[in-house]
Design a binder for this molecule. Structure first.
Ligand SMILES: Cc1ncc(COP(=O)(O)O)c(C=O)c1O
Length: 403
């Protein structure tokens, strides 16, 4: 009983601080226009940036994958769960990233969270024998995603040095001051709650200069950034064999799963050591089959059109919002956060939008630092200008209501 009392107190405290989260159940597929029970809502909350999550060709690919491979993999990849669909997808991902990562090989994971949990601990462990005397250090951006933070927690025996968000000078000083023999820089490529893009060319340069490796989590850039949707590395035309690149497939790619692309030897090491790869059932081959189709769309003319439509929507939104008082964070990506500050005010703004038939999530700590609660507006190629105008009109109304 004591534990239940403690839980009850903690839940009440969360409620008081406007931090209690609630789950909503959708009755329609992921799309800008959704229904929850009887309520129709215009949604700006998914990471389906290209509008592929309910694309007819991908729905068909999932059905075809299930007919071909069944619905379950039956085992972990290294036992018997690795199907031809997984292998083909990994080849496709490696080919896509090979202009940016020499000797690229790919490893498919069930989720981005699991991919990130795999990479940092395995890379830290790999540095063990080479640098036993001089130690290992991880240099992490202060606004990294929870999965990267948890990965550093799992990387035993490494010093973790957090540098100020996107602060190249601070990172340079931290690297210069470190005596560690094995160094890893770990960063989001597109920051999930701010929408800004990490200064990857400068980070890669520092990595070369200080003999460090650079782990890049491109969950929100893969599919969206770069002419062919290859992500942040293509966006910056950045090529390095010291980059370990993770991407997720449940966001712009519209399906599920994630991957790591790196030098073939790094991937071979992950295959031996990554616990979130070794000790979990492989995701259904039908998912890999679907993602393969999605990657073909992303790399082709349809992907290009969708990226152009998304860009157009981003520009339309930003220009419409210029006349309002909201504090829009400086983001050029599909993630357009409005900084509010207090948890209560962010919730009040989200509720005002909800009453107007819009779903825009209020993001609060611990997802963002305390005092920086915000509305996270996520735009998609599937939104129309009319959808965005509706949002901006509702934001103008909410502004008056909440200020
Ligand atoms: C930056 C970042 N990395 C990793 C993840 C985890 O990816 P997944 O949803 O595939 O687990 C997310 C969000 O979910 C994210 O925002």
């Amino acid at each position: 009983m004591k534990l239940l009392d403690d839980i009850h107190h903690k839940l009440t405290a969360l409620e008081r601080q406007h931090l209690r989260r609630q789950i909503r159940t959708l009755d329609t597929p992921c799309s800008p226009h959704i229904r929850i029970g009887e309520r129709e809502l215009l949604a700006f909350c998914s990471n389906d940036y290209l509008g592929l999550a309910n694309h007819p060709a991908l729905v068909e690919a999932m059905a075809e994958g299930a007919r071909t491979y069944g619905v379950g993999s039956g085992a972990a990849h290294l036992v018997s769960g690795h199907s031809r669909a997984h292998a083909l997808l990994e080849e496709q991902l490696a080919a896509m990233l090979s202009p940016w990562i020499p000797q690229a090989r790919a490893l498919f994971f069930c989720t981005g969270y699991m991919a990130n949990l795999a990479v940092t601990p395995a890379l830290v462990e790999a540095g063990d024998t080479a640098s036993k005397t001089s130690g290992r250090a991880i240099f992490a951006d202060a606004l990294n995603h929870a999965s990267l933070i948890d990965a550093t927690r799992l990387a035993r025996d490494a010093d973790v040095i957090e540098y100020a968000h996107a602060d190249v000078a601070a990172l340079g000083a931290a690297l210069a001051g470190s005596a560690a023999g094995h160094k890893l820089i770990v960063t989001d490529a597109v920051f999930s709650m701010d929408g800004d893009i990490a200064p990857l060319p400068a980070l890669a340069q520092l990595a070369e200069q200080h003999d460090a490796w650079l782990v890049v989590d491109d969950a929100h850039g893969f599919g969206v950034l770069g002419e062919h949707g290859c992500g942040a590395l293509e966006h910056f035309k950045l090529r390095s064999e010291h980059i370990v690149y993770t991407g997720t497939l449940g966001k712009a790619a519209g399906a599920a799963g994630a991957f790591v692309v790196a030098h073939a030897s790094v991937i071979e090491w992950l295959l031996q050591r990554a616990r979130t790869y070794l000790f979990t059932t492989a995701s259904p081959p039908a998912v890999a089959h679907t993602v393969s189709r999605s990657l073909a769309l992303i790399a082709g003319s349809e992907g290009q059109q969708r990226r152009a439509a998304l860009q157009d929507n981003i520009e339309h939104f930003k220009s419409r919002l210029q006349t309002q008082q909201w504090r829009l964070l400086p983001s050029s990506t599909a993630i357009q956060p409005l900084l509010i500050g207090s948890n209560g005010a962010a919730l009040a703004a989200a509720s005002a939008l909800d009453r107007a038939g819009l779903w825009v999530p209020a993001i609060r700590p611990p997802t963002v630092p305390s005092g920086t609660a915000r509305l996270r507006i996520a735009l998609s190629a599937a939104h129309t200008h009319h959808d965005i105008d509706t949002l901006c009109d509702a934001l103008a109304g909410a502004e008056q209501e909440t200020q």
